[in-house]
Design a binder for this molecule. Structure first.
Ligand SMILES: [Zn+2]
Length: 299
């Protein structure tokens, strides 16, 4: 299997979640081995996607360099990685990725529209060789060896509209589009009110998040899936694992995980070469066959 980029450039304008102002975002094809690169056109600064460029994970995953930041990258990255794209430039004229409807389905539609181009060099992946875990209180995130790409997530919120939810996702792009990409981000009304009071979430609305009060979901249209909350957690985790720099082959398991824990997990895996290996997806090895099949359907 070869590396991938997009067939041609494409541009959209959308609102950023925090500032609430329109952001122009253009996706451009990039050559072999260039990776995912963000570019702030208003600052003329490039920021490569790698763990050391992650500067904040409290509310969203934020990357930065030379005091220039780009926020809320995880939903776009989730779609990029679900489509097996290795090389891409993301050009922005502001500091946030458009939030769209709070899920990644708009990014999937954009990628479907432009199409995926195969490149010259073989695609590489990072295969988990040793179990690595990050645990804080009763929350954990962990990576285990597997020949598949699997994400298992559970949450337990003491809220009547959420409660206990669990979802297991065995990667394929169809499954991703159907069962993961449409799951929206969510927040609690008291948090939203607080964020607004400190100047954040200015673009947040019922159009780009599920919002809950103490008892129920406020959005009049309700949920897209009964367990939309945990599915969104998987969407986020796929985006966050893209910081490893390659498609992750292995089993991701989490209970009550977060961007913060995911970031610590990527750093911990990369700490020692005993934990992982870089595999070539052109080679017909047993460990990569399932992955080749899973990606084969992306056009
Ligand atoms: Zn999210």
């Amino acid at each position: 299997m070869k590396q991938r980029t997009i067939k041609k450039e494409v541009e959209i304008v959308g609102i950023g979640l925090h500032k609430g102002v329109p952001v122009k975002m253009r996706l451009e094809p990039l050559g072999d081995d260039m990776g995912i690169v963000f570019y702030r056109s208003d600052e003329a600064v490039s920021i490569e996607l790698k763990p050391e460029n992650v500067i904040d994970t409290k509310m969203a995953t934020v990357i930065g360099k030379d005091n220039v930041v780009i926020s809320t990258i995880e939903h776009l990255l989730s779609a990029i990685y679900a489509y097996g794209i290795d090389n891409l430039r993301v050009v922005l004229d502001n500091d946030e990725i458009p939030i769209l409807d709070g899920s990644s389905s708009g990014f999937c539609m954009l990628l479907d529209e432009v199409g995926i181009a195969e490149q010259e060099k073989s695609k590489k992946a990072i295969r988990v060789k040793k179990e690595v875990e990050v645990k804080i209180d009763n929350k954990f995130v962990k990576l285990k060896p597997s020949n598949h790409i699997i994400y298992n997530f559970s949450i337990n919120f003491e809220h009547p509209a959420i409660g206990e939810q669990q979802f297991n996702f065995d990667y394929s792009v169809e499954e991703y589009k159907e069962n993961i990409s449409r799951a929206r981000t969510f927040g609690f009304l008291h948090e939203v009110q607080y964020l607004r009071s400190i100047g954040l979430a200015q673009g947040g609305s019922l159009d780009n998040a599920i919002v809950l009060d103490d008892q129920k979901i406020i959005n009049p249209e309700g949920l897209r899936y009964d367990d939309e909350f945990v599915r969104h957690k998987i969407l986020d985790a796929i985006g966050d694992m893209s910081l490893l720099g390659y498609t992750m082959i292995g089993e991701y398991n989490a209970h009550a995980g977060s961007h913060h824990l995911n970031h610590l997990l990527t750093k911990k895996l990369l700490e020692s070469e005993e934990n992982y290996e870089i595999v070539d997806l052109e080679e017909e090895k047993d460990q990569v066959q399932a992955i080749q099949r899973a990606y084969a359907t992306v056009k």
